[in-house]
Design a protein around this ligand. Structure first.
Ligand code: NDP
Length: 289
């Protein structure tokens, strides 16, 4: 294997340690900790796991957290009333609504109801717009984690060819904007892109966020490229019948050609929650200045 593995767990731990030290300092100076409210509607098991790990991480880092678990039958008005209450609560600096919401709820309206100053997920249109124009905002957590991982390789982004595969609002588009802000020359690919392997092979930095298990192999990769695999796909293994997680990149094949590569699990995944903790701290700092 040629590539250096980017250890997302280790980088996330560094970020968490930095945040914990800064949270301690913040709490000492202001007499209260940063606070995060996590809202979960219904009983989706994956959402429950995410919410529990966010709460646990808050506890570990000294961030105050509150869970608001609402039944699946919650109405739009009830949810909006809760968001309004959290917007006005001075203990709460960040509000996170765990997605996806049950089908009968209007996700866009709910996200827009969050005060942009408390929108630590960075999904409010005000924050999306500010990201686009390069103003102070909350950067969505997974894209922020992707950038952090690229930066910590020490590879210079400025002037490089970057290719982002995937154009979702939560991953692909914000990653592309962040790379552009770092002066990369950015191409965004999607399901209608012609000659995807050929476009990817031009990339010095390749970020893949498509949700297709192991679709990207060595034939997509320029020798020495930085490869960041955002994909999280659960697949069955024929030998044991057990499920396992794989990325969008065929790791063993890609690692023969890449210069740096993230594994799945243990790459981008751990960064997302670390960046959420950082955003909550940042929200608290902005609230007191
Ligand atoms: P979406 O399904 O919202 O978007 C997928 C994107 O990939 C779309 O833009 C789609 O194109 C593109 N795409 C799909 N198939 C192909 C293809 N064959 N060739 C080229 N492009 C293709 O996914 P998300 O952005 O939400 O997530 C992407 C992956 O990242 C998933 O595996 C998800 O689980 C993972 N993820 C991981 C996180 C983490 O913390 N590690 C956080 C968030 C997501 P088009 O627009 O044309 O349909």
């Amino acid at each position: 294997m040629a590539a250096t593995i980017i250890d997302g767990k280790a980088v996330a731990k560094d970020v968490r340690n930095e945040v914990a030290a800064e949270v301690e300092e913040f709490t000492k100076v202001h007499g209260f900790p940063p606070g995060l409210a996590v809202v979960i509607v219904g009983d989706d098991p994956a959402s429950r796991v995410y919410v529990d790990s966010k709460k646990k991480m808050c506890h570990t880092l000294g961030i105050y957290s509150e869970e608001h678990a609402l039944p699946a039958a919650t109405t739009q008005d009830q949810l909006l009333a809760l968001i309004k209450r959290l917007n006005e609560d001075p203990k709460i600096h960040g509000i996170l609504v765990q997605l996806p919401l049950p089908d009968h709820l209007d996700e866009g309206q709910v996200l827009e109801a969050i005060d942009p100053r408390k929108d630590v997920d960075g999904f409010h249109p005000v924050n999306v717009g500010k990201l686009l124009v390069g103003a102070e905002c909350f950067v969505p957590c997974t894209p922020a984690g992707v950038l952090e991982l690229i930066k910590r390789t020490g590879v210079e982004i400025k002037g490089k060819r970057a290719v982002v595969v995937g154009r979702s609002n939560i991953v692909g588009k914000p990653v592309a904007i962040l790379l552009l802000a770092e002066h990369a020359t950015v191409t965004v690919c999607h399901s209608r892109t012609r000659d995807l392997p050929g476009v990817c092979r031009e990339a010095d930095i390749l970020v893949v966020a498509i949700g297709k298990p192991e679709m990207v192999d060595a034939s997509f990769i320029k020798p020495g490229a930085v490869v960041i695999d955002v994909g999280v796909n659960e697949v069955g293994t024929s030998e044991t019948g057990r499920r396992k997680l794989v990325g969008d990149v065929k790791f063993d094949s890609a690692a023969e050609v890449a210069g740096y590569i993230t594994p799945v699990p243990g790459g981008v995944g751990p960064m997302t929650i670390a960046m959420l903790m950082r955003n909550t701290l940042v929200a608290a700092r902005r609230a007191v200045r």
